[in-house]
Design a protein around this ligand. Structure first.
Ligand SMILES: [Zn+2]
Length: 156
């Protein structure tokens, strides 16, 4: 990080700590050339999140796809829409605050399963059973389409 006072690019990090409820990392920096001190904040930007498939293929993170798969798993379950929205936002926030822009698809699946398990067991089982195939298929679209038949319209 270039020193804002003298332009020296060889500055040192003296201290790093989580900030803003772990959404950012605050770094105190020191410039050995001029003695200047300054602070930087490091944040994950959602648009830059990249999903790393188990095959190693990279794909931009798509919140809509995530939301679709969760809504399908929760179809016809007695869970308030507001609760679902909160859960999805919570998952996205967790992904954003992981501190990495590259996120293995496996980690996303695990976070989703963890979150579903907390609000609805049936939805969790639906998701988890398809998730196994998903890992083999390594394709989110296929995952979503495979999830659908598990949610019979006449269920309940
Ligand atoms: Zn300097």
């Amino acid at each position: 990080m270039r020193c804002p006072f003298c332009g020296n690019i060889d500055t040192q990090v003296k201290d790093s700590r989580p900030a803003e409820d772990h959404v950012a990392i605050r770094r105190r920096r020191f410039c050995p050339a001029c003695g200047g001190r300054f602070t930087t904040y490091e944040r994950v930007q959602l648009r830059d999140l990249v999903v790393i498939k188990s095959s190693g293929r990279r794909e931009d993170f798509d919140r809509d796809k995530l939301e679709r798969s969760i809504r399908i798993a929760l179809q016809k379950r007695p869970v308030e829409p507001e609760r679902i929205d909160q859960m999805i936002s919570g998952i996205v926030r967790r992904l954003e605050s992981m501190g990495e822009t590259d996120i293995p698809s496996k980690s996303i699946g695990e976070i989703v399963m963890e979150s579903l398990a907390r609000i609805d067991t049936v939805a969790y089982v639906r998701f988890a059973s398809v998730y196994k195939n998903f890992q083999a298929a390594d394709d989110f679209d296929k995952f979503v389409s495979e999830l659908r038949p598990d949610v019979a319209p006449d269920e309940g």
